[in-house]
Ligand binder design. Structure first.
Ligand code: GCB
Length: 593
């Protein structure tokens, strides 16, 4: 038949027409204050392991024009099974648990007549990893990167009446992507964050960055704006609570920047003060709640608003026993509640960009954040496409979250082998972060030289804060080596212990002592706390991890598909003994400050 595999996708000599990578978040980065129509809800759905849909072009006919259907297609996108969006298909049916490949999402889009001066955008909060977008049979582009939002303009293709939107989402792990094949978290698939439709005027404010100028004078706010469209009139920026209303001139490229004298109350964990900021350009208006603060690194110190700070942290994944990567508001609130019970002032969002609602909550809750992209372990550092993917994810994350006062660190990687290619790859990412954002520190979980038992990583010269994942008492069986390790290291920069911990299994068949017992886990925490507290250059700790999380690679009888290093079990309720040890330690540090 026609589908004989000759035009097989991913065959080496096949030029994949759907791999354009032209979608990103750049036209509609800024959604704050805009009204949207939710496209969440039931979508028609079909898994497509063999990519038959792309070869047979399942998207090419619509029910309104059945004559375009020239052959008996192997799937009808307009009838049949549905799934909710957002969701992870892995969680919906047992037979989809390990499914890795393409899946098709289809839904109608009924539109009124579109006013001439209106633009229409589809925004996808996140789809893991590759998402191809089709409207009324036309391919509009694809997006790489499973954890950052992207948008696609539908103005030209959308028509009055019934339209059909199809998204082909592929969660195949590949060697050239970020992340690559091997990770220590579950490979969920699907559209797992909100899908929305936005209407804007012809000219819109597409990007908006407002920050306290980081020159230690605390008396200037900078505004940077990007405008998309023909109108180049000034944008009015208002910060009513500070008595500010200014016009920001826009240049020919649509860019505008202004520095304004202002003395805002500073944002901090103790006083998470946010200000309403708005920007108006004719009919377009956006709003945000923004905090102003300064974070800097001097020698081995980290300073918040000029005062040395210690990060009392905890690491967390985006994972749920029942919904996978879909986190409801209550889930996120509970997460901050647990962090507060631990007396934390800091969280590490590992190992990829988390839901954008989480950073907004952290702004309100007064929790400092480390945000990160999935440059994890040995990705393909010599491949320019891999760098492009990583860099795009970093830029999308920064643009999404750079108005969040809570975010103080951009982390560009986790435990990557120290090769020349990796060094230049990572330096490129650090430079990108600095160019786009002068108001945050850079970091990465760096390397330990295990022979010399010391911190040793050429990347350290390029970043502000050295993240160290150390598992003395767990993967490194001799705990006392931690003492040597710290003695041997002289990093000259602040070190944040970005991971430490041990598995503690508390379900049926649990052990009283030894590896995987809760008491052993607690013992590791006791020793870690006693040792780390004595080191001058250790300026923060974010143990691994708040909750047990699902992962394919952990299959012994205590794990059964879960990494059990959580201070709280996978039910997100049951606390292990180590929880209180850490909470008490942090309470003591907090009292001293
Ligand atoms: C690490 C990784 C983290 C793992 C953790 C572990 O070093 O960064 O992703 O989950 O160790 O539990 O082994």
């Amino acid at each position: 038949g026609a589908d004989n595999g000759l035009a097989c996708l991913h065959d080496e000599d096949y030029d994949d027409p759907f791999n354009t990578q032209n979608l990103n978040s750049s036209t509609l980065i800024f959604t704050g204050g805009r009204k949207s129509e939710s496209l969440n809800g039931e979508w028609n759905f079909c898994v497509d392991l063999l990519d038959t849909g792309l070869r047979q072009k399942w998207f090419s006919f619509t029910p309104e024009a059945p004559e375009e259907k020239t052959e008996p297609y192997d799937y009808d996108p307009y009838v049949g099974e549905t799934v909710p969006v957002p969701s992870c298909w892995s969680m919906l049916k047992d037979k989809w648990y390990f499914f890795e490949g393409s899946a098709w999402y289809t839904r109608p889009l009924d539109l009124d007549e579109q006013p001439d001066d209106e633009r229409l955008f589809l925004r996808v909060g996140a789809a893991q990893y590759d998402c191809k977008v089709f409207l009324n049979g036309e391919f509009l582009g694809n997006h790489y990167g499973g954890s950052t939002p992207f948008n696609v303009e539908l103005t030209k293709q959308a028509k009055q009446g019934r339209n059909w939107l199809m998204l082909c989402v592929n969660n195949t792990r590949t060697l050239d992507r970020v992340p690559m094949r091997n990770t220590d978290w579950f490979n969920y698939g699907g559209i797992y964050r909100d899908v929305e439709l936005y209407r804007t005027p012809k000219t819109l404010i597409s990007d908006f960055f407002v920050y306290l100028v980081p020159d230690s004078s605390y008396d200037k706010i900078a505004v940077e704006l990007q405008v998309n469209g023909p109108d180049k009139t000034p944008v009015i920026v208002e910060l009513a609570e500070l008595g500010i209303k200014v016009e920001v001139p826009i240049d020919q490229d649509g860019f505008g920047k202004l520095t304004i004298p202002a003395k805002p109350e500073l944002w901090s964990p103790e006083n998470p003060r946010l200000y309403s900021v708005s920007a108006t350009l004719s009919a377009d208006r956006i709003e945000d709640q923004i905090g102003f603060r300064q974070i800097e690194q001097i020698g081995t110190d980290i300073l918040l608003n000029g005062k040395p700070i210690f990060f009392r942290g905890i690491s967390v994944h985006e994972d749920d026993e029942f919904t996978g990567k879909v986190l409801r508001d209550e889930d996120l609130e509970q997460r901050f509640q647990h962090a507060k019970e631990l007396n934390c002032n800091f969280m590490r969002f590992a190992h990829y960009p988390h839901d954008e609602r989480a950073a907004k909550m952290a702004d309100r809750e007064g929790i400092l954040l480390w945000e990160e992209i999935p440059v994890y372990w040995a990705i393909d550092f010599k491949n320019p496409d891999t760098l492009k993917d990583a860099s795009n994810q970093l830029q999308e994350l920064i643009k999404r979250d750079r108005n969040r006062a809570s975010v103080v660190i951009w982390s560009v990687g986790n435990e990557n082998p120290d090769t020349d290619e990796r060094l230049s790859f990572m330096k490129h990412l650090v430079d990108t972060a600095r160019d786009m954002d002068p108001t945050r520190l850079t970091s990465a979980a760096c390397l330990v030289n295990h022979t010399k038992n010391r911190i040793e990583d050429r990347l350290i010269q390029h970043i502000n804060v050295i993240g160290i994942n150390e598992y003395y008492g767990w993967y490194e069986e001799n705990f006392d080596d931690l003492i040597d390790f710290l003695d041997n290291s002289d990093p000259g920069k602040p070190v944040v212990i970005s991971e430490t911990g041990a598995d503690g299994y508390i379900g049926e068949g649990k052990l009283e002592k030894g590896f995987f017992s809760e008491s052993y886990m607690a013992e590791v925490y006791r020793k870690q706390i006693a040792t780390l507290r004595q080191r001058e250059f250790v300026k923060g700790i974010s143990p691994w991890i708040l909750y047990d999380f699902r992962v394919e690679r952990r299959q012994n009888m205590f794990q059964q598909g879960w990494n059990r290093k959580g201070l709280i079990a996978s039910d997100k309720k049951t606390k292990k003994t180590a929880f209180k040890l850490l909470a008490d330690f942090y309470a003591e540090l907090k009292a001293k400050n």
